[in-house]
Design a protein around this ligand. Structure first.
Ligand code: SAM
Length: 283
């Protein structure tokens, strides 16, 4: 008998992966958590039936959500990660000796525990002494946080279920307040291709633009996410991600990456025309 994982990307489009074995299945107070093993993508994990990461292509997402802001401002020391329970974002951040403090806020402790047990390739640095784990709603955390961060990374699920609040005006406004004068906010920004995701992307972009003077969007190819075309938002109080990139300084750090490089850094902000139009970006 063959076992397949199938995800509905739209009501008439499905994406399937042949499964070797299901390794975990449990419902937490927040969401359904499943972990599988597969021939093509290795281990992969889903929340409420939506792909979060696979062993084979997670490097693309985590390289792009971390190294783009880190290369833009090499002086980033204090980082807040909202979501990110699989640990991949923290893993990449801990590669910078200059980072002094990482607060990671995930609503679901069971996700983090499960990833530590079954996905050690991403959850391998959560015990780094610079990392503090907070198990609470990111929307509530940023309401009262006193700390001023240099970088906030929103590594969230989609804008429904527990992740819904992380796409609201209130949340972006509180992130703005929790950032220092040269702070950067990066968030996973959905896909531009399918209508329902694209509507969420436009809404998020408009809301972020209400607070931040610099608002850009960049892209990556992530084979197991809907349409394979994924966007990230880059919002900043001071730094322009392309003009302010010091490629030589980042390359001198000697951080080896599989997807990110400083040529791609500039290129990933060059968007297809239909995406520019959808976001109403000027040239
Ligand atoms: N790379 C992934 C993607 O885009 O599909 C995101 C993965 S990461 C595992 C998403 C995390 O966000 C999950 O661990 C989930 O528990 C967490 N999360 C969802 N809503 C949250 C909230 N309101 N506050 C904090 N964490 C939240």
């Amino acid at each position: 008998m063959e076992l397949w994982y199938t995800e509905e990307h739209t009501p008439s489009t499905r994406f399937s992966i042949k499964v070797k074995k299901q390794l975990f299945s449990e419902k937490s107070p927040f969401q359904q958590i499943d972990v599988f093993d597969s021939e093509e993508f290795g281990r992969f994990f889903t929340l409420d039936g939506l792909m979060m990461l696979t062993e084979k292509d997670e490097f693309i997402y985590h390289d792009m959500i971390v190294h783009v802001p880190m290369a833009t401002n090499p002086n980033i020391k204090r980082v807040l990660v909202i979501g990110g329970g699989d640990g991949g974002t923290v893993r990449e951040l801990t590669r910078y000796k200059t980072v002094e403090k990482i607060d990671m806020v995930d609503i679901d402790e069971l996700v983090v525990k499960t990833c530590m047990k079954l996905l050690p390739f991403t959850a391998c640095e959560l015990d780094d002494p610079r990392v503090t784990l907070h198990f609470e709603d990111g929307l509530k955390f940023v309401r009262t946080v006193e700390e001023k961060y240099d970088l906030i990374i929103v590594d969230s699920t989609d804008p429904f279920g527990p992740g819904e609040g992380l796409f609201t005006k209130e949340f972006y406004g509180n992130c703005f307040k929790a950032l220092g004068d040269d702070g950067i906010l990066v968030n996973q920004h959905e896909n531009p291709y399918y209508e329902s995701y694209s509507a969420a992307m436009k809404r998020a972009h408009q809301r972020i633009e209400d607070f931040f003077p610099i608002c850009r969007v960049y892209q990556a190819h992530i084979p197991t996410y809907p349409s394979g075309h994924w966007l990230f938002g880059f919002a900043s109080k001071k730094y322009d991600p392309v003009k302010d990139l010091d490629a030589a300084a980042w390359n001198a750090l000697g951080i080896e990456t599989k997807y990110y490089n400083t040529d791609l850094h500039a290129g990933c902000f060059m968007l297809p025309t239909y995406v520019k139009k959808a976001l109403a970006l000027k040239d």
